[in-house]
Design a protein around this ligand. Structure first.
Ligand code: 4AD
Ligand code: MG
Length: 432
């Protein structure tokens, strides 16, 4: 009996007859030979049908197949140096599972709106498949880092009674008992509770922000990994972030060479990230650099995309910008004892123009100071539990959030984060 094989492990079947189950991606043919570019989800392989070696019906069938027809292809696996994967298939039989006519996404160029309207089909393309594959590996790599370093995964709630990152961008819904509920903007506040129970924890889940931003870096639904660590202070927080980013990039360089090739990603800048120490500058130093480069940028404002790009081009490596003015950052950030107007937190800016991928800080652990912040923020009872964390066994602790899609866009070297998730949720799009 012929064995079933998958393209990703085709090298185990050289000179054997196998059956591959998948779809026709595209095809070239002449009077004597047909080349089927076939995909099975695990990869792409060229299948060769030689007229003089097969029954006439089989050659005619192969020549007549249209793009995205689903087929089972039987053939002998051959080593082939010229192939990107190193193998091709000499076809002995084809079984048509279903025929496809007029597949909308042809090899010609399509506009991005057309592609996004057909996102459910677009993900079959080699580039999109490569990105989704890298996404899965980024998640695997990050989990491996945390699991190897003593972190426990904890899942905070998605439906919440209050805001974690400011009230201006919350998706609101009515809870079953009639109360207002909001989709989570960040699991952080709950992860702080988890850190006091388990020491080092991380969450990995969807995040919702109803912001009306139409940029290459914003989505309304994205995924965030949020570690939180008891007895870790600001400096060590940055060391852990740097180690995580290096580990993740190395994991992708090791596990996704084919996908990076499909994306034509220059890997030299990524190799630099693994090898070199990330610079750390203060917000005040960053402002100075911007002003020296001719930006009319006042101390005390948040960076826009051109400022982030300028800063990362200046260093050509991921750069930490630490000690931001307290009044433009979140209420929970620990003030710097040397200058309480700035906080012990940092953003990590990715190079090559990708900008902020991580936001993190040491958290206020002093009960009285947190009570003051609560008063300034006019918090209601729904935050009482968070204040109690400072009443019972409070310790210095820190954490951060790394945006999955922004990290993937950077690793893949692609223009827009909407391609880093299967079905993107952006300002004007809730379809498909
Ligand atoms: O900087 P942010 O808002 O930080 C927090 O939510 C903290 N509570 C995290 C923590 O300390 N536990 O978001 C963290 C990261 C950003 O650096 C960015 O990578 C990503 O989440 N992010 C977005 N990604 C895509 N679309 C958006 N609209 C995003 N907003 C933030
Ligand atoms: Mg941020």
């Amino acid at each position: 009996m012929t064995v079933k094989a998958r393209i990703e492990r085709i090298g185990e079947f050289v000179d054997q007859e196998v059956v591959l189950e998948g779809w026709l991606w595209n095809k070239r043919s002449s009077g004597k030979i047909a080349f089927l570019n076939f995909r099975d989800g695990s990869g792409f392989i060229q299948c060769v049908v030689v007229k003089q070696d097969v029954p006439e019906e089989l050659f005619d069938l192969a020549k007549g197949l249209s793009q995205e027809s689903s087929i089972r292809v039987t053939g002998i696996v051959r080593k082939e140096e010229r192939s990107q994967i190193g193998y091709e298939l000499t076809v002995t039989n084809i079984e048509v599972v279903s025929r496809t006519e007029d597949y909308p996404i042809t090899p010609k160029e399509h506009g991005v709106d057309f592609l996004l309207d057909h996102r459910h089909l677009w993900i079959r393309s080699p580039r999109q498949r490569a990105i989704l594959k890298i996404r899965a590996e980024v998640i695997k790599g990050m989990r491996a880092f945390f699991d190897e370093n003593g972190f426990t995964q904890v899942d905070p709630p998605i439906l919440t009674p209050s805001s974690a990152e400011g009230t201006t961008n919350m998706f609101e819904t009515e809870y079953v008992n009639g109360e207002n509920a909001y989709l989570s903007q960040s699991g952080q506040l709950y992860m702080e509770a988890a850190a006091m129970a388990l020491g080092r924890v991380y969450s990995f889940g969807p995040t919702f922000r109803a912001e009306k931003s139409k940029t290459r870096k914003h989505m309304n639904e994205f995924w965030m990994i949020e570690p939180e660590m008891a007895y870790v202070e600001h400096k060590e927080n940055l060391q852990i972030q740097e180690a995580l980013v290096k580990y993740t990039i190395k994991h992708i360089l090791d596990h996704c060479p084919t996908e990076l090739k499909v994306l034509e990603r220059d890997t030299a800048p990524l190799e630099r990230v693994v090898a070199e120490k990330f610079p750390i500058i203060t917000y005040a130093e960053a402002v100075k650099i911007l002003q020296e480069k001719g930006h009319d940028f006042p101390y005390g404002e948040d960076f826009g995309a051109p400022h982030e790009t300028e800063l990362t081009n200046h260093f050509d490596l991921p750069v930490f910008v630490e000690k931001w003015p307290a009044n433009i950052k979140a209420f929970y950030m620990q003030p710097d004892p040397e200058n309480p107007d700035v906080i012990l937190g940092a953003d990590l800016l990715a190079p090559e123009g990708y900008g902020e991928i991580v936001g993190g800080s040491e958290r206020i652990h002093d009960y009285e100071l947190m009570k003051e912040r609560f008063a300034q923020e006019n918090f209601d009872d729904s935050y009482n539990w968070y204040l109690e964390l400072r009443q019972y066994g409070s310790v210095p602790h820190s954490g951060f959030g790394i945006g999955l899609e922004r990290t993937i866009a950077w690793i893949c070297g692609i223009d827009h984060i909407r391609e880093t998730i299967m079905i993107p949720r952006t300002l004007y799009r809730l379809y498909p």
